[in-house]
Design a protein around this ligand. Structure first.
Ligand SMILES: [Zn+2]
Ligand SMILES: [Zn+2]
Length: 118
């Protein structure tokens, strides 16, 4: 159920946001259950836990493919960034995963765009 929510929710929700959505489907679910389930899914490698250095909470992602993230300091949104992990860096090792975090100002904010809520 939690996995379904993350699959549908492509905007890197926090545990609290997952909890709000989960409660609509299962009103009796508790926040601690949501946290525990998210932790299990992360441990099983089914979802990613993403930590933004300047934030004290994690966001969660159901990755359909390998991708990086771009974090906008203005609107605090995370964007998926498709980057081929081959041929960009000169790394002699076998790369299995690459999760970079780019930080800056997103296109929308650069244009002075309105703050959309998550
Ligand atoms: Zn932005
Ligand atoms: Zn993502």
């Amino acid at each position: 159920m939690i996995l379904d929510i993350l699959r549908e929710c492509r905007n890197h929700p926090s545990a609290e946001e997952v909890y709000i959505k989960a409660r609509m489907r299962m009103p009796t679910i508790s926040l601690s259950t949501v946290y525990r389930t998210l932790k299990e899914l992360v441990n099983e490698g089914k979802i990613w836990e993403i930590k933004v250095e300047t934030e004290n909470f994690s966001r969660y992602d159901y990755p359909l493919r390998e991708h990086h993230h771009f974090y906008c300091k203005e609107c605090k949104k995370l964007f998926d960034v498709d980057v081929s992990i081959n041929g960009i860096y000169d790394i002699p090792h076998k790369i299995e995963e690459c999760r970079a975090m780019f930080i800056g100002i997103c296109e929308n904010c650069l244009k002075g765009g309105e703050y959309e809520s998550l």
